[in-house]
Design a protein around this ligand. Sequence first.
Ligand SMILES: *Cc1c(COP(=O)(O)O)cnc(C)c1O
Length: 380
Amino acid sequence: MKQKTKSASKFLPVCEPLFNGREARYALQAVQSGWISSQGDFLKRFESGFAKYIGVAHGVATTNGTTALHLALVAAGVGAGDEVIIPDFTMIACAFAVCQTGARPVFVDADPETWTMDPKDVERKITSRTKVIMAVHIYGHPVDMDPIRELARTRNILILEDAAEAHGALYKKKRCGALGDLAAFSFYANKIITTGEGGMVVTNSPELYKQSLRYKNLCFPLDGNRSYLHDDIGFNYRMTNVQAAIGVAQLERIDSLVTARRRMAHRYLKFLKTENRLQLPVEKPWAHNVYWMFGVILKPSVTRTREEVMTALKKEGIDSRAFFQPMHRQPALVKAGLGKKAGFPVSDHLAARGFYLPSTGNLSEAAVARVCRVLRKALD
Ligand SMILES: *Cc1c(COP(=O)(O)O)cnc(C)c1O
């Protein structure tokens, strides 16, 4: 995903990882120490350091965000016969992680302003089989958690946050990832902090922590007993110490990486606030948005198609990406009998008219100005 042109031909990618801390030094140290698999100091430091940053007791590093979601669901005891409520407007990994447990994903429509799951639709979709509500903080804006926590609390439903796009985001002054029973993060190259590939489950619950550790490592007994007898079917979702070394270096700089993302967004907002042909990202009074990606939506009045606008940007060396496709239309999920023809008007609208602009934290004011200039012209 990383693209860099040597000449200053000013191709602006959607996102680039920023490695100007101790990433290379720590990775080299991990290699030189000989601890390159899934034991070693960097792993312990990354797990405990990241959990502390989020404000929870435990962290369990995994191979990626998708396996973190799957591991969290398995640790929570989700399986065949259960239902898991997920947003219809989200990344495909959310649905696949649920399907891989044997449970059934149930989709809810999006809130038109925050683009995250609509709590009123969550309430409508709860059944006696609902085991987990997966709250996904889309593009860095937190889900409105209080109504969802209230629904879950009174019905004995667990909350799993997917905070893959929301490192450092806050809901009512509390970090995303510390708002439910457990949470999954991703450290893919385009996320706010990265380990190349990587993920983590975080939780305050000693029991969910124990189950996450166990299932992550083939259900080897946690007491170190090497009888080679396994009580359950586990997975190998272990992160390497080399990746964790990169993660420790990124974690040292997480505050500045989050601030950089917000600065990038504020620059866009400044240049686009008078542009009434676009719907822009919001920040609710109760939210601290980390703007993982700066998304815009073409208002109904715009006659240009999204594809035309994106092509016009590309011609000027500016990359952009269409928003997620809604879950209810995903061929794999339709094939699995989970497709729906209608019932998700907001999600359909976002998916048809939304796209995101270059969102790297170090975008200069001049670069943002250029993107906005080209974008406005493309809307004419
Ligand atoms: C990136 C992402 C994931 C998956 O993470 P990977 O590390 O790519 O497996 C899951 N959910 C959301 C919302 C994401 O953005």
